[in-house]
Design a protein around this ligand. Structure first.
Ligand SMILES: Cc1cc2nc3c(=O)[nH]c(=O)nc-3n(C[C@H](O)[C@H](O)[C@H](O)COP(=O)(O)OP(=O)(O)OC[C@H]3O[C@@H](n4cnc5c(N)ncnc54)[C@H](O)[C@@H]3O)c2cc1C
Length: 394
């Protein structure tokens, strides 16, 4: 039990240590703060005495969503600093931006940015919609806000993990596209590379956030707030039923991807459900499996967010932007089944063996089987749009 409070900087017993010499974000001040028998007036207590964890966790929830949004801004900036260089840098008599392997990197950065953008807007929208149902006049409004945000703890952790890891990929590719110059302090790449790294550490490390995702989902399921095990039972019940082929639909340009996501959800539920049944309470000690389940949850939420956003825009708006969103969504979603198959296989193999493994493994493979598309063309289309705009254009 601990209590949240605020104290003034000059409170007796409070001392601030030397400025830390950091790897990155050196524009931000970081110092150790020591509290030694600091008297805390009762009016300085935040929330209830002994309930500081609620204040802390909620600050972390909002902080994690904002961290994801911050990473998104950084990714857009990285793209805007990378493309002009790739267009200007000549090798073998051509701009490096014209090479397929460079275009692939630009497309990967852009697609990850689009997916993160979609995920952040979706989560922020869900939280805003929830808070809009509350009455600011209510006596317990603050408590309701805390409870309302708490509902989206999983989405906030996803934003943090996904955002920080995609930004790290983007800055890594930025250094690579800048080549040797990217390793030289004079170029913008080293600073971006160093500044990005802390995002995987603060606001709860990505390991802790990964553990929180299945833990929160399972606690909700145990409280009857989430019909997780019913969903698992339904998937298991349908295991032997033949799967109809994935169909195109005239009115929905992403109908195939939508069906793919649904099947991947079933596959993830199946694997997570089997691991919960096998390990039960001891699952908390199987961090690697919890990590696989977290990654499947993150991948599904990310893909679905991208798809929902592309479909929402498809009804109207700019034709070029819509085409770009469709290409980015298709490219991302088409890679989803392979990721779920890999993570699901690892989850199952770490949970069951022999005959108990072969049936769910076959079902997993069936649910994640897709006809490959030409991902090279999709990514070239994306890169072309970005190179033309010299920035992330959406
Ligand atoms: C620049 C900077 C600014 C910061 N600003 C703030 C701030 O404003 N407010 C604030 O409160 N904190 C702040 N922090 C602290 C930051 O939140 C912590 O550093 C971070 O949460 C990690 O904690 P730790 O450093 O104690 O690492 P540790 O807990 O020692 O972790 C070390 C490694 O072990 C892993 N690990 C730890 N526990 C587990 C576990 N149970 N299971 C699996 N793996 C585990 C971690 O994921 C990590 O990889 C800041 C840190 C930095 C560097």
């Amino acid at each position: 039990m601990f209590t949240a409070f605020v104290v003034e900087r000059d409170a007796p017993g409070l001392s601030i240590g030397k400025e830390e010499h950091k790897m990155g974000i050196i524009g931000s001040s970081t110092c150790p703060v020591t509290l030694d028998k600091v008297p805390v007036p009762v009016e300085n207590v935040l929330g209830e005495i002994g309930a500081g964890h609620r204040v802390a966790f909620n600050i972390l929830n909002v902080g994690r969503l904002k961290l994801g949004a911050g990473c998104l801004g950084a990714m857009k900036s990285v793209i805007a600093q990378t493309i002009p260089y790739a267009k200007q840098r000549q090798q073998f008599g051509r701009a490096i931006a014209s090479f397929g392997l460079i275009q692939q990197k630009i497309a990967d950065m852009a697609i990850a940015t689009y997916v993160l953008d979609s995920l952040i807007y979706r989560s922020a929208g869900l939280i805003a919609a929830q808070l809009a149902t509350l009455s600011p006049e209510a006596e317990d409004y603050d408590q309701q806000v805390i409870k309302g945000i708490e509902e989206f703890a999983v989405e906030c952790s996803i934003a943090k993990v996904f955002g920080s890891e995609k930004l790290d990929l983007a800055v890594d590719e930025m250094v690579q596209i800048y080549g040797g110059y990217g390793f030289i302090e004079e170029s913008p790449a080293p600073r971006a590379y160093r500044d990005a790294r802390i995002n995987r550490i603060f606001e709860g490390t990505n390991e802790i956030n990964r553990l929180l995702i299945p833990d929160t989902l399972m606690r909700r399921a145990n409280r009857g707030q989430l019909p997780l095990m019913q969903a698992v039972e339904q998937v298991v019940g349908n295991l032997l039923a033949p799967l109809s082929p994935l169909m195109e639909h005239d009115d929905n340009p992403l109908h195939l991807e939508q069906q793919m996501i649904e099947r991947c959800k079933q596959a993830a539920l199946l694997c997570a459900g089997i691991s919960v049944q096998t390990h039960q309470q001891a699952l908390a000690e199987q961090q690697e499996i919890l990590g696989f389940i977290a990654d499947m949850t993150i991948e599904l939420y990310a893909a679905e967010s991208a798809l929902l956003r592309a479909l929402k825009h498809h009804a109207g708006g700019d034709e070029h932007a819509n085409a770009l969103r469709l290409d980015m969504t298709r490219s991302w979603c088409r890679e989803l089944p392979e990721k779920i198959e890999r993570l699901g296989t690892q989850t199952l193999a770490a949970s069951v063996e022999g005959d108990a493994l072969s049936m769910p493994l076959a079902a997993l493979k069936k649910l994640t089987r897709v006809t490959p598309v030409n991902g090279v063309t999709l990514k070239r289309n994306v890169a072309e749009a970005l190179i033309g705009a010299e920035r992330y254009p959406l």
